[in-house]
Design a protein around this ligand. Structure first.
Ligand SMILES: Cc1ncc(COP(=O)(O)O)c(C=O)c1O
Length: 384
């Protein structure tokens, strides 16, 4: 079956957060992590049928929705999960916040590695917990965990570790030995490990595989809160449907207790889309990965040849996001500069980078948009 990623409907003038940001301006939005593609036909068909039913009361997942998740975990990762482990959530950021409240007290510390998706740093602070970040190191063109610095960052108040697996914005797929070392670190310091795996079905390199952190060992599984969603892969973040997988019954109860009264239930359409995503959309996902690989390769080639002063420092192994070092351009405000030349990027500052050093580009768009965005970046670089 073939899918057309080149001709999606226009999003300008729609409810899209990504496109509304620059409404009325000639700026291509290449910032927030949603893609410009239509979702898989199987999702749209399932939603049309669900909408035609005409009744949208309070929802609860049916058996086939749970089965679709259980089957996807087994076939994709060899991970045998129990349906009882699933805690539905209206978003992964919600999951990060709930985890902080469930497993740390006010004043306790939550460790993470930076740069990282901003809510990893803000979620603890939202409920008076403390976020501590250990910077990644760039070693021989690979982003690495600085294990000594990580050890030094642990204090008696450290209770939690947030992992982004695979990593946004570094596009890194963690290898088994790295995950094992991280798991051992969390066990040694009795930390709860919160593993955000929202990008796990977007591994671009065929030779790499996603390893769910909780799959490493029963000991690590019992300390791990896995956060997942079909939202990034199938482009349905606007349907607010995510879940936590928690094998340890006591920790699951603690987590659920922290959601009480404040976390909204998943909506009727979200359950329908989730089931169609995991069960019926695999051919689409594989075609998407092909398309994204083409975009990634075009981006890498263009940056190397046409954008002097802009560097991709490490391989882009997963996601549709690229982390660009723009320090050599010596711009006090790179985002404003690129916007002036018609491209809307994400500022590395929000991910924990120094001002002026990094920007993130979203290449989950048509090839034509990417080509045009990069041409605009070329003009922006020339104008520095
Ligand atoms: C690592 C990571 N976690 C969570 C999210 C957002 O999840 P949600 O929209 O379900 O809150 C994103 C979105 O970019 C992300 O990259």
């Amino acid at each position: 079956m073939s899918f057309d990623f080149d001709h999606p409907p226009a999003r300008l003038g729609t409810d899209s957060q990504k496109w509304q940001k620059y409404a009325g301006k000639d700026i291509l939005p290449m910032w927030v992590a949603d893609m410009d593609f239509k979702s898989p036909p199987a999702i749209t068909e399932a939603l049309v049928t669900r909408v035609a039913h005409g009744i949208y009361g309070y929802a609860r997942p049916v058996q086939s929705t749970t089965d679709a998740i259980v089957a996807a975990m087994a076939s994709r990762y060899g991970w045998k999960i129990e349906p009882t482990w699933i805690v539905w959530l209206p978003g992964l950021v919600v999951g990060l916040n709930v985890t902080a409240q469930a497993f740390a007290e006010p004043g306790d510390e939550v460790l993470t590695l930076s740069p990282v998706y901003p809510p990893f740093m803000t979620a603890p602070k939202n409920s008076s917990r403390v976020s501590r970040q250990v910077p990644f190191e760039l070693v021989d063109g690979t982003w690495r965990i600085n294990w000594e610095a990580l050890e030094r960052a642990v204090t008696p108040r450290t209770k939690l570790f947030y992992l982004c697996n695979p990593h946004n914005p570094l596009a890194r797929v963690w290898r088994r030995n790295e995950l094992e070392q991280l798991g051992a670190f969390c066990l040694r310091h009795k930390l709860v490990l919160c593993s955000d795996e929202i990008h796990c079905d977007l591994i671009l390199n065929p030779e790499l595989k996603h390893i769910p952190t909780a799959l490493l060992s029963p000991e690590i599984s019992s300390r791990t809160i896995t956060l997942m969603a079909p939202s990034k892969t199938y482009n349905i973040p606007g349907l607010g449907t995510s879940f936590a997988l928690i094998s340890d019954a006591m920790r699951r109860t603690q987590f659920v207790r922290a959601t009480a009264g404040i976390v909204a239930e998943v909506n009727v359409l979200g359950f329908t889309a989730c089931e169609a995503a995991y069960r019926d959309s695999e051919p689409w996902r594989l075609a998407l990965l092909d398309y994204l690989r083409g975009n990634r390769d075009h981006l890498l080639d263009f940056v190397a040849r046409e954008l002097p002063g802009v560097k991709v420092e490490a391989p882009i192994e997963a996601t549709y996001l690229a982390w660009l070092n723009v320090a050599a351009l010596n711009l006090p405000d790179p985002i404003a500069h690129f916007e002036k030349h018609g491209v809307g990027l994400s500022d590395g500052v929000f991910f924990g980078a120094q001002k002026g050093q990094y920007v993130r580009i979203n290449f989950g768009c048509t090839r034509a948009t990417l080509v045009e965005g990069l041409q605009r970046m070329k003009r922006a670089v020339k104008a520095t």
